[in-house]
Design a protein around this ligand. Structure first.
Ligand code: FAD
Length: 474
């Protein structure tokens, strides 16, 4: 009987899984495996919130596989050694996996593929986690794109939406001893911090499909208009599901065509098209990280290497992390993050702008905190998001665009619903005060909420002055 291993990584799903589908087509027996080797992702080993998600996603995948007559065999790394041991024990002749594109992972996978091919194993990898591999979208001069709009124009024109690959009815397998249990990976936090995660999320493929269904049935129509509103359920909340590959971008593109197209029209609705372009931002981040592998550590715009950041201020950073800055929108976002592992995109921009501009702390401090606390922490999206907001990315908001968290709050959380939810001390304030309670000192004192840790106007001027000192673009 011919046997293939399917090496699951961040493609923790059965539907539209090219490696699984190819193994199932070509072999009589398939052994699904997961190798835990976080140190191979150094220096960006998964943070605490990602590990929480991974734990539950592995449990879900194992259960889904059990229902199809199989199960997930779990081993600890080093990956190459673990794969070789399983290949030898099962006499499997092939191993299939889906590609990832972070620098440390691509380097490791390249070495593993070559070593296994040299061993005589049929080692194959597939495209599954993106619509376009990072090298598939190139400028007319065969260069990577550095600006989103032309990148997406090209990608969008080339996009061939295909139906998702079906979930296999069964996964006939070989009995294999020695699997670890998910618990043995010790992924859950020791600190009692994740209680709110259980209320907010259902990790795993069925959780992903349910979240997407809910979005298609409600928010997609008004997505273009409403997506900046943190006080409403206006976005899909698919980011952790996408990061762990519990749903593929191709499934999303396909379903948008099938279910978000107005009756009798060939084109997607405006909401659906806008939503697809956000999936395009995810593609762009992957593209940038692949072509600029230093992006998590270095400014994409080298001019910012000369930028005069403020002195490192651990106390200020701590107040930011704990949501005690005295600026309601910032504190609401940071507390939402701590409680649920997520933060609305608009609020991510506000807290990132506040840290890097009003507090003038290096964006790497913020990126590292997000890395540890976001359930959707993603090296490409997170590095891109921080560099974009800090102004040092390739296609970034200009540095001098400094978000004002008061006027942004008034615009995107006009009744203070979002602030009241996450900063309950302020719940009884009227909407007219909620985004700047310090303007009525008596009211502020009664709430016990702190005054602002910096003056927004003065700190803005300080940031603009530091920007003026930058060498001019050549
Ligand atoms: P929706 O609005 O429903 O969008 C659908 C999907 O499109 C998202 O799930 C995501 O995969 C993708 N997407 C949306 N906006 C962006 C964007 N601006 N850039 C890249 N992809 C996008 N996203 C992460 O997935 N992981 C991160 O670690 C991350 N860090 C960020 C840090 C900063 C400072 C900023 C400003 C943004 C960051 N983002 C990150 C992007 C964005 O905030 C989240 O993807 C989005 O808030 C997730 O919510 P959603 O799934 O409801 O989004």
């Amino acid at each position: 009987m011919s046997t293939a291993l399917v090496w699951f990584r961040r493609d923790l799903r059965l539907a539209d899984n090219p490696a699984l589908a190819a193994a199932r087509d070509a072999h009589e027996q398939v052994i699904p495996i997961y190798v835990h080797a976080p140190d191979e992702e150094a220096p960006w080993q998964p943070g605490a919130a990602s590990r929480w998600w991974l734990h539950h996603s592995l449990v879900a995948l194992h259960a889904d596989l059990r229902r199809r007559g199989s199960g997930l065999h779990i081993a600890k790394g080093p990956s190459l050694q673990a794969l070789r041991e399983i290949l030898e024990a099962t006499r499997a002749s092939a191993i299939y996996w889906n590609r990832l594109y972070e620098p440390a992972i691509t380097a490791r996978d390249r070495t593993i593929k070559q070593a296994l091919l040299d061993d005589g194993v049929d080692a194959r990898s597939f495209k599954a986690t993106v619509l376009f591999e990072p090298w598939e979208v190139q400028t007319g001069q065969d260069q990577p794109y550095r600006v989103f709009t032309p990148f997406w124009r090209k990608a969008r024109a080339d996009l061939q939406v295909r139906p998702p690959l079906p979930v296999p009815d069964s996964v006939p397998t070989v009995a294999l001893d020695g699997s670890l249990a998910v618990d043995d990976l010790d992924l859950l936090p020791r600190l009692d911090w994740d209680a709110g995660f259980y209320e907010a999320w259902v990790p795993g493929e069925s959780g992903a499909l349910d979240a997407f269904d809910r979005f298609l049935e409600s928010a997609v129509t008004d997505y273009a208009k409403e997506r900046d509103r943190p006080d409403r359920e206006s976005t899909s909340r698919l980011s952790p599901h996408l990061h762990f590959g519990e749903i593929s971008p191709m499934q999303i593109a396909w379903e948008l065509d099938e279910r978000a197209r107005p009756e009798g029209q060939a084109a997607r609705s405006t909401g659906a098209e806008k939503f697809l372009s956000e999936i395009g931002w995810r593609e762009f981040s992957v593209h940038l990280l692949f072509h600029f592998p230093d992006m998590p550590e270095k400014n994409l715009n080298a001019r910012f290497d000369e930028f005069r950041w403020g002195e490192d201020d651990p106390e200020a950073i701590l107040r930011w992390k704990q949501g005690r800055t005295g600026i309601p929108m910032i504190d609401a976002g940071m507390r939402e993050l701590w409680a649920t592992g997520i933060m609305h995109n608009r609020v991510r921009m506000l807290v990132a702008s506040f840290l890097t501009k009003n507090l003038r702390q290096h964006w790497r401090h913020g990126a590292a905190w997000f890395w540890d606390t976001l359930v959707d922490a993603d090296l490409a999206n997170n590095s891109q998001g921080w560099q974009w907001t800090a102004g040092c990315g390739v296609d970034a908001a200009p540095y001098f665009r400094i978000f004002n968290p008061v006027t942004q709050g008034e615009k995107f959380d006009p009744d203070g619903v979002y602030v009241r939810r996450w900063v309950p001390e302020l719940a009884d304030l009227p909407a007219s005060l909620i985004h700047h309670p310090w303007t009525e000192p008596d009211c502020l004192e009664a709430t016990g909420y702190p005054p602002p840790m910096v003056d927004l106007a003065e700190s803005r001027q300080g940031a603009l002055a530091a920007y003026q000192d930058l060498p001019k673009a050549g």
